[in-house]
Design a protein around this ligand. Structure first.
Ligand code: TRP
Length: 456
């Protein structure tokens, strides 16, 4: 057992680190493109519903288990339900984030490449066209070496940050970059919405057409909500275990969820209007923002090339940081497991996981180029890793966490941990409602959507 675990220095730092895990490529890259693939506003309605009625109870369940046991996933399940099958949930949660990391790192690598492009002011020169930008992007991702190189660099940065530990590494990063990114996305949103032709994008996000919803798109909306908050895979549990014993779970949970939700919506309004203004297909898939953002910067650049060039640079720097604060949280879950349970040295744990994720990431990376024809269940390796984790493993994990807290833990223990022994007034007041969401609403809704998708 690790003798003394790192704690977050302050409550603010804990919230920022959890928000750092939550806010990432999921908000800026994934949200706009899955909205585009699933028909727009109706999808967002389901997403909002999931965020409030499902994500908050799941977040609280996970953070509560972590805070109570001060252990990472596997150990936490063992401690609360010794000798039971629940410990397999611990296993699931160690592996899922690692699969996610392998493809997340590929997109992190794309962001690095785009940062370099921004540094050379290549989006703001007078002769960029939308066709050119799109061709550039597809040329880049379908090539072999460049994306592999950037994927590798992205993974290496993760390993270095994690070597520095919780206080030295993760905290310092998140405190500065997360708020900065928020400001930038707001600026870009304002600009994007003012582009000629942006109106169609805005109504795409605001006028729901529920006939477009299928059971699978409902599952995807729920999966996206879970993905965005890093739920169901033990990330929040692990960060919860770094919370001080007197931390207020409700405030932490609500602020993180709200912040993350606003971030995704703002990113949607930053990207979608420009997608329509540029005449890009909203369902274009994982490359959506990489084709759209340069377009925004180039339009901005027409009037003020230097300003727009600088905004592009700062923007891609903060995206890279947002991606990193999320990806380190994925690696951290596995590292915490190997250190706490297998008593490996931190460095060794990082080296092992790094190698595994990097290798799977190579396959994801090549699935846009040389391995584009390799399909499993009709999906490329990249899509398979993405859909399998976000839509299935995370939903399944989330279901199990709420069942665990709602049905396996003693209600009095849950109450104690949630209200810090009855000392938090607001938490005491809302406990009944929150407990109802955890025990009944979340498991039933997730279960029904899950099963409907499987049978339809
Ligand atoms: N939530 C992060 C994002 O929106 C991604 C992320 C971090 C994540 N940790 C995770 C996703 C664990 C799934 C599981 O970018």
């Amino acid at each position: 057992m690790a003798a003394k675990r790192d704690n977050f220095g302050s409550h603010f730092a804990a919230i920022m680190a959890m928000a750092g895990s939550a806010i990432g490529l999921g908000n800026i890259w994934r949200f706009p493109y899955v909205v585009g693939q699933n028909g727009g506003a109706a999808f967002i309605v389901v997403y909002l519903f999931s965020a409030v009625f499902l994500c908050i109870p799941i977040f609280l369940s996970e953070a509560l288990i972590g805070k109570r046991t001060q252990l990472s996933t596997f150990g936490a399940m063992e401690a609360l339900a010794p000798g039971r099958k629940w410990k397999w949930l611990g296993f699931l949660t160690v592996f899922t984030p690692l699969i996610i990391l392998s493809y997340y790192s590929v997109v992190g690598g794309w962001s690095l490449e785009y940062l370099l492009k921004a540094l050379s002011f290549s989006f703001t020169s007078a002769d960029v066209t939308q066709e050119g930008l799109s061709a550039d992007f597809s040329g880049f991702i379908s090539s072999t070496w460049a994306p592999l190189f950037f994927h590798t660099v992205f993974m290496l940065i993760n390993a270095f940050v994690l070597m520095a530990g919780v206080k030295g590494g993760i905290e310092k990063f998140t405190k500065i970059t997360t708020p900065l990114l928020f400001v930038l996305v707001v600026v870009i949103m304002a600009y994007s919405m003012s582009l000629p032709g942006a109106g169609a994008g805005i109504s795409y996000l605001l006028k729901p057409d529920f006939t477009k919803l299928t059971p699978y798109s409902v599952l995807s909306a729920m999966g996206q909500a879970f993905f965005s908050l890093s739920l169901g895979v033990g990330c929040i549990l692990t960060y919860g275990s770094y919370l001080k014993k007197d931390s207020d779970l409700l405030t932490t949970g609500l602020s993180t969820s709200l912040f993350d939700l606003c971030f995704a919506l703002i990113a949607g309004f930053a990207i979608m209007p420009a997608v329509f203004a540029a005449g890009i297909e909203p369902g274009a898939g994982p490359g959506l923002i990489f084709e759209t953002l340069p377009f925004i910067f180039s339009k901005m650049g027409a009037g003020m090339p230097v300003v727009s060039g600088i905004i592009a640079i700062i923007f891609f720097i903060t995206i890279v940081f947002a991606a990193l604060t999320s990806s380190i949280s994925m690696l951290e879950t596995g590292v915490a497991y190997l250190v706490d349970q297998k008593h490996l040295a931190r460095g060794k744990a990082i080296a092992i996981l790094f190698t595994g994720c990097w290798a799977l990431g190579v396959l994801c990376c090549l699935s846009f180029g040389p391995m584009a024809d390799v399909k499993i269940l009709g999906l490329t390796v990249f899509d398979l890793c993405d859909k399998m984790t976000a839509n299935f493993l995370m939903t399944f994990g989330s279901l199990l966490f709420t069942l665990f807290v709602g049905w396996r833990m003693k209600k009095s223990d849950v109450y104690d941990e949630f209200t810090n022994g009855g000392s938090l007034r607001t938490s005491v007041k809302v406990f009944g409602f929150v407990y109802f969401l955890i025990k009944f609403v979340a498991p039933v809704v997730i279960g029904v959507i899950f099963i409907t998708t499987l049978v339809m």
